[in-house]
Design a protein around this ligand. Structure first.
Ligand code: ZN
Ligand code: FE
Length: 251
């Protein structure tokens, strides 16, 4: 049976996600308990697990309250367990995880934080603040080389992987991307879709990995148009990636 996923908007621009499989139901990155509780009630689902991609409060602020209320098991990065509130199970790339009898792939993707992980459940990648649609997270605990390696790892996922990220940043990410690649047809098309979705008050998530590879400048540091915009035709990949990150910080 395929998993069922429910998007739960939290705080100002965060997303938590309910992932239902059989009798099991996990919430990914609950920044706060109330909207998660309301979504569970509306669906008639009972929370069994809490998954965290990284330790930031806007991703695990609801852990303790939800754990207490539902007796849910908290699963997070094993290498950053000390910073995950209420953690019961620390997972690594080697350990992976199992959810309702299905294998869950865990990818260690440091740089936004040193312990950041991505869960891949049934073809759905929960990327937290590492990969955003048309963007990537800030480099709080890793350098450009580390983030590039992490994003490269995510790019090995199949093209039809559905990406569920931690924030609704897509529209402003896309505006920035267009400054680097104004002639990218796939990006123009994605932005038309994003503008329509946002105007209708809808999430721009999920997005498939193929679309991200075709539109996200952080996954495309070697594209000629981007290199030309950067004035870095001859630089190495990590240097170009670093410059894209710097420019986005100041956008
Ligand atoms: Zn974060
Ligand atoms: Fe965040």
């Amino acid at each position: 049976m395929p998993t069922e996923i429910e998007i739960v908007p939290c705080l100002s621009d965060n997303y938590a996600y309910l992932v239902k499989s059989g009798e099991a139901c996990a919430v990914v990155d609950p920044s706060e308990a109330a909207p998660v509780r309301a979504a569970l009630k509306a669906k008639g689902w009972k929370l069994t697990h809490i998954l965290n991609t990284h330790h930031h409060p806007d991703h695990c602020g609801g852990n303790l309250e939800l754990k207490k209320e539902f007796g849910a098991i908290v699963v997070g990065p094993g290498k950053d367990a000390a910073r995950i509130p209420g953690i019961d199970v620390g997972v690594t790339e080697e350990s992976g995880w199992e959810f309702d009898g299905r294998k869950v792939q865990v990818l260690e993707v440091p740089a936004h934080t040193r312990g950041a992980i991505t869960f891949v459940i049934d073809g759905n990648a929960f990327t937290g603040d590492t990969l955003f649609s048309i963007g990537c997270g800030r480099l709080f605990e890793g350098d450009a080389a580390t983030m590039w390696k992490s994003l490269s790892k995510l790019m090995t996922l199949p093209d039809d992987t559905q990406v569920y990220c931690g924030h609704e940043y897509t529209q402003s990410n896309g505006r920035f991307a267009l400054t680097l690649e104004p002639h990218n047809r796939a990006l123009q098309k994605r932005m038309e879709q994003v503008t329509a979705l946002r105007a209708a008050g809808k999430p721009t998530i999920p997005v498939d990995m193929a679309t991200e590879k075709a539109t996200n400048p952080f996954l495309r540091p070697d594209q000629p148009e981007i290199r030309k915009s950067l004035g870095m035709e001859d630089a190495d990949t990590v240097a170009a990636f670093h410059e894209i990150r710097e420019r986005k910080n100041n956008f």
